[in-house]
Write a protein that binds this ligand. Structure first.
Ligand code: G3P
Length: 243
């Protein structure tokens, strides 16, 4: 899944999506999705007609409609063919002050509209160095479980994104990432083994074509949420090929 963040223009959307059609079609066993900025969702939807590439949004409001200037609702996304919505990306948590409770409400709003939330969790560098990774991701998961129930993860994706690896070029090693992914799955399995077994857990943080295969070889790493490398067709194609 490519998270384009605040990048792109109409020409780039057309070029990138066109260039990704062939690699996505050649790897039908790999689920491919792109999350362009909201302004380009209509354009992307048109380009993705009959394409195996799914469409995602980067954020969602908790309300369905009303006096909430600047926001976009989950129901609005459904009119643009959107299937996935990122919730709780660390940039939203940090730059927009989103609390665990707010993230859980967004998760629920997405599911209520029939969308699949991609719950982003992960620790900061200070928390990593203090050995708090597991406590942090469990706290972030707990809030969603408390609001939406463990069964809600039967229709959700988790993205483990250590904040210290995002946009820094420092990918977590496959072993570090695998350790956290396994802990996340074990935490969920304590509540529902079937849900834990079925949920896709993506890794995010400086994933590139050259690092994807090593990550995907790990038992509990089911895919990647890709930022910078998702803006380059050849890099993203290499990640798809590694899937
Ligand atoms: O959501 C994807 C992400 O935050 C990772 O970004 O640029 O490190 O791949 P990047």
């Amino acid at each position: 899944m490519g998270n384009w963040k605040l990048n792109g223009n109409k020409a780039m959307v057309a070029q990138l999506i066109t260039a990704l059609q062939a690699p996505a079609t050649q790897h039908p066993n790999v689920a491919v999705a792109v999350c362009p900025p909201v302004l380009f969702l209509g354009q992307a939807q048109a380009l993705l007609t009959d394409s195996p590439i799914a469409l995602g949004a980067q954020d969602v409001d908790i309300h369905d409609q009303g006096a909430f200037t600047g926001e976009n609702s989950a129901h609005m996304y459904t009119e643009f063919g959107v299937q996935y919505v990122l919730v709780g990306h660390s940039e939203r948590r940090t730059l927009h002050g989103e609390s665990d409770a707010m993230v859980a409400a967004k998760f629920r709003a997405a599911q209520d509209a029939g969308l699949t939330p991609v719950l982003c969790i992960g620790e900061t560098l200070a928390q990593f160095e203090a050995g708090e990774t597991q406590a942090v991701v469990e706290r972030q998961l707990h809030e969603v479980i408390a609001h939406c129930g463990i069964e809600s993860f039967a229709n959700a994706v988790i993205a483990y994104e250590p904040v210290w690896a995002i946009g820094t070029g420092k990918t977590a090693t496959p072993e570090i990432a695998q350790g956290v992914h396994a802990a996340i799955r074990a935490f969920l399995a304590n509540l529902d083994a079937k849900v834990a077994d079925g949920v896709q857990i993506l890794y995010g943080g400086s994933v590139k074509g050259s690092s994807a295969a090593g990550l995907f070889a790990m038992a509990d790493i089911d895919g990647a949420l890709v930022g910078g490398a998702a803006l380059q067709a050849d890099e993203f194609a290499a990640i798809i090929s590694a899937g």
